[in-house]
Design a protein around this ligand. Structure first.
Ligand code: SAM
Length: 417
């Protein structure tokens, strides 16, 4: 699909056409600090301790604090896994979690990196997270489903977020039941230790968290829920590795299978709905856009913008589901943690951006709040020689919009026009 500078006739804002270039007013961006107080406890203490205990090559290394020497030893795996992700993502990544070297690398570096992405999105979509808590309180149990859970990255980020939220609001959390599906049980076992330590370490979670892990492909989740919907369902960085049983175009019943799977997922997504996070590449982002359009087309979710928490503000066709551009975000960040900082410097430079694509579907009972009709999502970095042009998301076609080049507005921001 071509991106044009003219607005589509289907858009609801055609009255803004014309030579006047109103100064946009930024109404939201992802630049708040999303890291809860317990973050350092997890990434600087608990994960390194677990890695040292489980993955040290020598017994004599175990049960001692994680040191610079350990960082040096485990960094080799981080470097290799980082290369594998960069090189192999485009053609599908192999079973890296079968290798202890890569499991330890993921725990030490990629878990904090991906958790930072989840936390940033949780903070940008507080309404969805509060819907999850409200649903959990009303049901007496907050159920989290984490598909392709790996070491439970998304769950750990969600627990940290709920903990922080409860501390800030001086309130109790309900019981929390977690279901993980993954085809690698060893990495889930590492994650279980982290969840147990987190639940034991903080009074608001103590005695409240129960985790069930299942060795199964993510698309079989419907078999393991006992007909209970989730307060929050998360698919984190899994579709790009295993898109599901309907990935083959030659399969005759492909569309029926697609509908069956996604209607199950939508039905299971109560409370805060279903959050899908993927890498920022064109292939993965356009896949998400196509899933989104198809969910509307097959009326698995009703055709209203309030069935999406983000990133879209409208229920029209995604303007970036094909073609040259794709819907992805780069949020500026400073991920706290001594070891994370060292590892990222070792990989070449300090990690200053969180790159991702995502889709967050709202549940029917907890729709997202209607945004200001003048609000638009920025879906490009400032463009042009003087960096005075932005792409804004509109149904079917993204539009170009002029801004004051000095305005600090970036991809992912919401502006009023
Ligand atoms: C990149 S990791 C993501 C882990 C975690 N969700 C995160 O965001 O850090 C991808 C995970 O998907 C799992 N996986 C790959 N294919 C799968 C499938 N068909 N069903 C379930 N999990 C799968 C892998 O074992 C791995 O744990």
């Amino acid at each position: 699909m071509q991106i044009k500078s003219r607005r589509s006739p289907h858009t609801r804002q055609s009255r803004f056409k014309g030579p006047k270039k109103p100064e946009p007013y930024k109404i939201m961006h992802g630049r708040e600090n999303p890291f809860p107080a317990a973050w350092l406890w997890l990434v600087d203490q608990t994960i390194p301790e677990l890695v040292k205990d489980r993955y040290s090559p020598r017994e004599s290394w175990k049960n001692k604090p994680f040191t610079q020497e350990d960082a040096h030893f485990f960094f080799k795996g981080i470097e290799e896994l980082s290369e594998r992700f960069t090189e192999e993502r485009s053609r599908g990544v192999l079973n890296y979690f079968l290798h202890p070297k890569y499991r330890s690398a993921y725990l030490l570096y990629f878990l904090p990196l991906q958790a930072a992405k989840f936390l940033t999105l949780f903070d940008q979509n507080k309404g969805a997270m509060e819907a999850a808590v409200d649903h959990g309180l009303k049901q007496g149990v907050l159920r989290i489903g984490d598909l392709g859970a790996g070491p439970g990255t998304a769950t750990l980020a969600a627990l940290l977020w709920f903990l922080n939220w409860a501390d800030k609001n001086k309130t109790d959390l309900p019981k929390i039941e977690i279901l993980w599906l993954d085809t690698n049980t060893t990495v889930m076992d590492d994650g279980r230790v982290l969840v147990e330590k987190l639940a034991d370490g903080f009074p608001r979670l103590r005695g409240k968290v129960r985790l069930k892990t299942v060795d199964a492909p993510w698309w079989e989740v419907g078999r393991y829920t006992e007909n209970q919907p989730f307060s929050l369902l998360i698919l984190g960085h899994v579709l790009n590795e295993a898109s599901g049983p309907m990935s083959s175009n030659s399969d005759e019943g492909r569309h029926e299978k697609w509908i069956k799977l996604w209607s199950t997922l939508v039905d299971l997504s109560a409370g805060g709905g279903m959050m899908i996070v993927e890498p920022a590449s064109r292939r993965t982002a356009q896949n998400l856009s196509q899933i989104r359009d198809q969910l509307f087309a097959d009326t698995l979710i009703n055709n209203e913008e309030v069935r999406l928490w983000g990133p879209c503000l409208h229920a029209g066709l995604c303007p970036l589901s094909g073609g040259r551009d794709w819907c992805h975000f780069s949020f500026p960040t400073q991920i706290p943690g001594r070891w994370f900082r060292e590892f990222s410097k070792g990989l070449g430079s300090e990690r200053l951006w969180l790159k991702l694509s995502y889709l967050w579907i709202a549940s029917a009972e907890y729709p997202s709040t209607v945004s200001d009709p003048r609000a638009r999502r920025v879906i490009s970095d400032p463009m042009g020689e003087d960096r005075s042009t932005l792409l804004l998301c509109e149904p079917e076609e993204a539009i170009h919009h002029k801004i004051n080049p000095r305005a600090k507005i970036f991809r992912g921001d919401l502006i009023k026009i």
